[in-house]
Design a protein. Structure first.
Length: 278
């Protein structure tokens, strides 16, 4: 196969899209080779598959725009169907498929990553659906899978705005409680260095809160958000009101809400103590 390589390490199969000069972009030949490659995998001996792209710049930069620009409407429809068929084959593959995302995962690259069971990314990974910049919509199932993975609200934001998300630079911490997801992004404005979002289970934004501070741990529980590092803590309720920001005089392992209206238990290195906020 010219653009798709298959290797094994024990019971793990490694499928590599090997077109680095084109940033591993998906053309008809790559899709056909991916299709044939997955058909050839013996799942009696291969119990998991890793899908990746050659090099460290790009996992898959998307569909090959050079090829797509020359297609007739009928050929374009056939190309989209071929991509959807291959991605569906990956999605329903009888053993787990893990996307090892290195660099760009844009357009079709983001869509093929979403077809995998698990996505593990390098520090330089970048995800996005930038097709709107070309006047088109995601054509390899992205409008469906993205909403299922990140929620309807976030999917609309990514698709409508062509926004990209960088693994290392943008997302700093993630936690969830019940049907709510809390994500802290890096903020590069002059006044703040973090932006906290709370999303509903459908991906709608419940809260957006910019704040200034330093933290290494995020914990959301019982209507409160705790951002801690060493002896410092930011305590915020899920309405975005910061109830406390400062030092608690000893290393903090966990903060737990007590029954009192503003009471909390601080678990430290060797002890625990209660505090009540004014």
């Amino acid at each position: 196969m010219g653009f798709v390589r298959f290797d094994t390490e024990g019971a793990v199969g490694i499928v590599t899209i090997d077109r680095p000069k084109a940033l591993n972009a998906l053309n008809s030949e790559v899709l056909a080779e991916l299709d044939a490659c997955f058909d050839s995998i013996d799942t009696n001996t291969i119990r998991a598959v890793i899908l990746t792209g050659e090099g460290d710049k790009s996992f898959v930069a998307g569909a090959d725009i050079g090829e797509m620009s020359k297609l007739s409407p009928a050929e374009g429809e056939a190309f989209g169907k071929k991509g959807n068929d291959v991605f569906r084959k990956i999605e329903t593959f009888p053993v787990p498929v893990i996307a090892a995302v290195n660099g760009f995962a844009l357009g079709g690259g983001c869509e093929i990553a979403m077809s995998c069971d698990i996505r593990i990314c390098s520090d330089n990974a970048m995800f996005g659906q930038p097709e709107v910049g070309l006047g088109i919509t995601p054509g390899f199932g992205g409008t469906q899978r993205l909403a299922r993975i990140v929620g309807v609200g976030m999917a609309k934001q990514l698709i409508y705005t062509a926004k990209t998300i960088k693994a290392e630079e943008d997302i700093e911490a993630v936690d969830f409680e019940g049907n709510k997801l809390c994500v802290v992004y890096k903020n590069t404005s002059e006044k703040f260095n973090h932006t906290l979002y709370i999303y509903s289970k459908t991906g709608d934004v419940i809260l957006k809160k910019e704040f200034l501070g330093d933290f290494s741990n995020l914990d959301m529980q019982k209507g409160y958000i705790y951002l801690t590092k060493d002896d410092k803590a930011i305590i915020m309720n899920t309405a975005g009101v910061i109830k406390y920001s400062g030092s608690l005089d000893s290393n903090i392992h966990k903060i737990v809400k007590r029954g009192l209206l503003s009471g909390f238990t601080i678990l430290g290195d060797n002890d625990f103590r209660g505090i009540v906020l004014k």
